[in-house]
Design a protein around this ligand. Structure first.
Ligand code: AVJ
Length: 320
């Protein structure tokens, strides 16, 4: 059966390339250069991330998938049937069906900034669940989104897998959790994936794999700047670095200049000294308490936590 055509809600917004240019120019002008991690995911970056999830060193995806598949019964019991599942980010082909299969949802509402990703992820779901109402929303999920009032009659379940929250500084993460609470409303449940604090060598290896895929993922951001913003960053002078920041409990990714360089981006000039870096990503790690503190600050009361057998990753259910 052919997938039904899906109507996508999209409020008019600043074009993505304008936001990209603004974020890059602002980030490169700072004392400590930084570009937000969300810009990793152009077509090539998304492909490379897919490849990362299959690397032996990169455990988070496998660990989360094992939790969702093995603890499905307990999750269904904790969450209850008939909820509208609101997924923050376009659904992943492996994770979303695991959830939809186990909880008997009333409808599925993926929210993603990219209409292309939404269409790609919804089509197979529409085919697999022909009787499930699917209502994609093209929007930046860090801002309040409105769910159609017909769907708001059902209880809601927010789904935020993949440890995406880990990319955010705690203050930003709390803002996002509050926005999600506003979008979903009182009585909602949030199912959120978080990566756990563990041995530093295990953490850094996950972000600096032997095959060099994560290095390529990181360098692709500079290549994307060159491609899309008329940049002249000398890619051969940048080296991938993954470092553990113990105070902030996060793995940081940087692009480090191996020599003094000068380049242009969108007509503006920049320079980096040897050893200077562009900070490209934070991946915050949590334990049970720091996760609970974050969720509580965001207006969510944690009620149950599930972990994989190696206790590397956790999926937490929390109530608004
Ligand atoms: C997609 C945000 C979960 O932080 O682990 C993987 C992205 N970066 N390797 C993570 C990522 C480098 C990732 N998240």
């Amino acid at each position: 059966m052919a997938a039904a055509a899906l109507l996508i809600d999209h409020p008019t917004d600043t074009p993505l390339n304008t936001q990209f240019r603004r974020d890059v120019l602002t980030g490169l002008s700072q004392q400590r250069k930084a570009v937000p991690a969300r810009w990793f995911y152009d077509h090539r970056g998304s492909e490379l991330f897919e490849e990362i999830t299959r690397l032996p060193e990169y455990y988070p995806t496998r660990a989360e998938v094992s939790i969702l598949s093995q603890r499905c019964g307990e999750m269904a019991a904790a969450i209850g049937p008939g909820r509208v599942v609101v997924e923050f980010g376009a659904g992943s082909a492996t994770k979303t069906p695991l959830l939809l299969d186990c909880i008997a949802p009333a409808a599925y509402v993926p929210i993603d900034i990219s209409g292309d990703f939404l269409r790609e992820s919804c089509a197979p779901l529409a085919e697999r669940y022909p009787s499930l109402p699917i209502h994609p929303v093209e929007a930046d999920f860090t801002r309040p989104a409105s769910i159609p009032s017909s769907l708001m009659r059902h209880p809601r379940l927010g789904f935020f897998p993949g440890s995406t929250i880990g990319n955010m500084e705690p203050a930003t993460a709390v803002d996002l959790l509050r926005t999600m609470r506003d979008t979903l409303g009182e009585g909602s449940v949030l199912l959120i994936g978080m990566d756990r604090i563990k041995a530093v060598d295990v953490l850094t290896a996950a972000y600096d794999d032997a095959a060099g895929v994560t290095a390529e993922f990181n360098c692709n951001l500079a290549a994307r700047i060159n491609r899309e913003l008329d940049g002249t960053i000398p890619l051969d002078a940048l080296r991938h670095r993954a470092v553990w920041n113990d105070v902030r409990a996060r793995v940081e990714m940087h692009l480090e200049a191996e020599r003094d360089i000068a380049f242009k981006v969108a007509g503006r000039s920049f320079a980096m000294r040897e050893g200077e870096t562009i900070h490209t990503e934070n991946s915050h790690k949590y334990d049970q308490r720091s996760a609970a503190t974050l969720l509580l600050a965001g207006g969510w009361e944690p009620c149950e936590t599930w972990m994989d057998a190696d206790e590397r990753f956790m999926v937490i259910a929390a109530r608004a």
